[in-house]
Structure formats: C-alpha cells, structure tokens
Design a protein around this ligand. Structure first.
Ligand code: PMT
Length: 310
C-alpha cells in the first residue's frame, strides 16, 4: 500500500505572535470587532461586568481548499449552559434544538392555517421565552461564531484586547476545546488530497499556547478561568495544577470526559475542591453549571474587592 506523506511537522513551538503573522485573519473579524466594541462600551458605561465564554470545538483544515478537517471534541454544552446562569435563566434555544428534541415536537397544528405550542410544553416555554426576551431587550448577550482554529484564535485575541479596558470587572471563562495540532497555511496542500494515491500520513505542528500571552499581556488584570479535559482520572488534578502553575491565572476547572456533567474539580493557587451533583440533583435535572457559576461569581467579587484595596 502506498501512503501520502503530507508535510513535515516541526517540533519547534511556534510563538503566538508568529501564528498571527503567518495566518490570515478571518474575513468576519472586522465586523465582529465592531460588535464587541459597541457591546463593551455600552456595558462599561453602565458599570457592568462582562464575561467572555468560549465554547465548542475548533476544526483544523488539512487542505487550503478545504474538503477535510480534523475536529476537537466538544458539544458546546458547557459554554451554552454556563452562559445562562449569570442571568438566572432557564434554558434557551439549546433545549429546542435537534440535539435534544426537534423544535417541531413542541408545535401542534391548530387548523389548516395556524400552528400553536403544544400545551404540555407551553408553561416551561413561556418562562424561557420571557427571560430570553429580557436578555434580548437589554442586549446583555452577544454571540459570535467560530469554526476553525484560526477563526477562534484571531477572535480570542481581538475580544480579550477590547475587553481589557474593563480590567478586573472582566471574567474570561475558557471552556472551548481548542485544537492542539494544526498544519500552517503555507505548508498545507492547495487542493483536495486524492485517495487514489493510497493511505495518508499527516504531520502537524503544535498550536502555540495562547493562555500565556492572554494572562501576561492581553488581559493581565482580568479574572481568568480555564478548563482541563482529561480521560485518565489519575492525571486530572496533576495536569490541572500544572496548567495553573504554568500560566499563573486564577482557576483551572478539571473535568473528565465521562463525568463532566456530574462533577468537576476546582484548582486554585491554594485550594483544591470538587463540585458534584448529588443523586437527587441528577434525578431533578439540575445542571452542574448551576453550582459552578455561583462559586465563580463569589470568587470574581473577591478579585474585584482585592483590586480596589490595592
Ligand atoms: O462542550 P461540552 O461537550 O459540554 O464539553 C465541555 C468540555 C469538556 C469541552 C469543557 O468542559 C473543557 O474541558 N474544555 C477545555 C478542553 C481542554 O482540555 O482544552 P486544552 O487542554 O486544549 O486547553 C486548556 C485550556 O487552555 C483551555 O481553557 C483552552 O481554552 C486553553 N488553550 C488551549 C489551546 C491553546 N492553543 N491555547 C489555549 O489557550
């Protein structure tokens, strides 16, 4: 069998600045930056706090004219759910999407011309709708989309730098599962890789660790929470603490792939504790984010108070 050996990767760790010089910015970036500036200015004037939540996985293309890409695991649930709790909201649209139920299941045909909400769901939907409309009216939620690693990294740099003016009042909650490996644009083949040439060997470069410049340069006064996902329980605490020590930010939340919706471990400079759902809570469909977020709000309060004392 023949194999296509795509490109030679390098062991050298690319500097984050070099990444931004070597890769072109997504065309949606200028528009997104305008939206973020408007959002931040409005809420900054009102003295509000702002949280940046990153959520979902990034993809890395393997061809410049992309037909195939590699994906990182994440359903985006952690971020979406977490975004709802600061507002004390019941679930929004994620509960009405195809991943849970098809939204059409909530509808009924009233007659030939009209549809209505199935009465079995209308009570719950009404309360969700009210809260959703309040958030829309007050413009307290701004959603930006990314697909590729490059979309994500350019957006992360821009948004954090715009939010830097909020100083301690900003929280960064980095729940996205970001690719660890990628093929730099200049090393990627232009056209679709042909399967007629046999098997495929891929060689990829390491993605620079963006937490370093984020913590040290982009938002040094912000309250920064990162996540660590592992599959081996014996590595979780060790790897989470290692990340905290390496980057020097405020909290790492460790979670295991199989139990991530049931328990997490908080690692701070001087503490380590679990947040866990009881059986009773699981039965009552309580979500773990309803416990994570209030804990972070307390810690963010302390962060702001300490900065005021200094
Ligand atoms: O979306 P769900 O299905 O609900 O799943 C949620 C989750 C399991 C994806 C989430 O809870 C989680 O753990 N996210 C982080 C996954 C992870 O381990 O990422 P990482 O080890 O690649 O990165 C650790 C941290 O560094 C992350 O906060 C990431 O934002 C950051 N990072 C990563 C790579 C990179 N190049 N630069 C970074 O700054």
């Amino acid at each position: 069998m023949t194999t296509t050996n795509l490109l030679e990767g390098t062991n050298e760790i690319i500097n984050p600045d070099t990444y931004f010089q070597d890769n072109s910015q997504p065309c949606s970036l200028p528009d997104n930056e305008i939206k973020v500036k408007e959002f931040v200015n409005k809420h900054d004037r009102a003295g509000r706090r702002i949280v940046l939540i990153t959520s979902g996985g990034t993809t890395v293309p393997i061809e410049n004219n992309t037909v195939r890409f590699l994906d990182n695991f994440s359903a985006g649930t952690r971020g979406a759910t977490s975004a709802e709790y600061p507002f004390y909201l019941q679930p929004f649209s994620r509960h009405y999407t195809h991943s849970t139920n098809c939204f059409l299941d909530y509808m009924e045909l009233k007659d030939d011309d009209n549809i209505e909400v199935n009465p079995n769901y209308s009570q719950k939907m009404k309360s969700v709708l009210k809260k959703y409309q309040k958030v829309k009216q007050e413009e307290t939620l701004l959603i930006l989309n990314f697909v590729t690693l490059s979309d994500y990294l350019f957006l992360l740099r821009s948004v954090t730098q715009i939010m830097a003016c909020l100083k301690e009042r900003a929280m960064y909650y980095l729940a996205a599962a970001v690719s660890d490996f990628f093929i730099p644009a200049q090393k990627m083949v232009q056209h679709k890789i042909q399967s007629a040439e046999g098997g495929l060997t891929l060689s990829m470069d390491q993605v620079p660790k963006f937490l370093k410049p984020l913590v040290n340069n982009w938002v040094p006064e912000g309250f920064i929470v990162s996540f660590k996902l592992e599959t081996d329980p014996s590595l979780l605490v060790y790897k989470s603490r290692q990340a905290l020590t390496k980057y020097g930010h405020q909290i790492v939340i460790g979670n295991l792939l199989t139990t991530r919706k049931l328990e997490v471990v908080f690692i701070t400079k001087d503490s380590e504790f679990k947040i866990k759902l009881t059986e009773h809570e699981v039965k009552n469909e309580i979500e773990i984010e309803s416990k994570i977020i209030p804990e972070l709000v307390i810690r963010h309060d302390e962060w702001i108070k300490n900065a005021e004392i200094k």
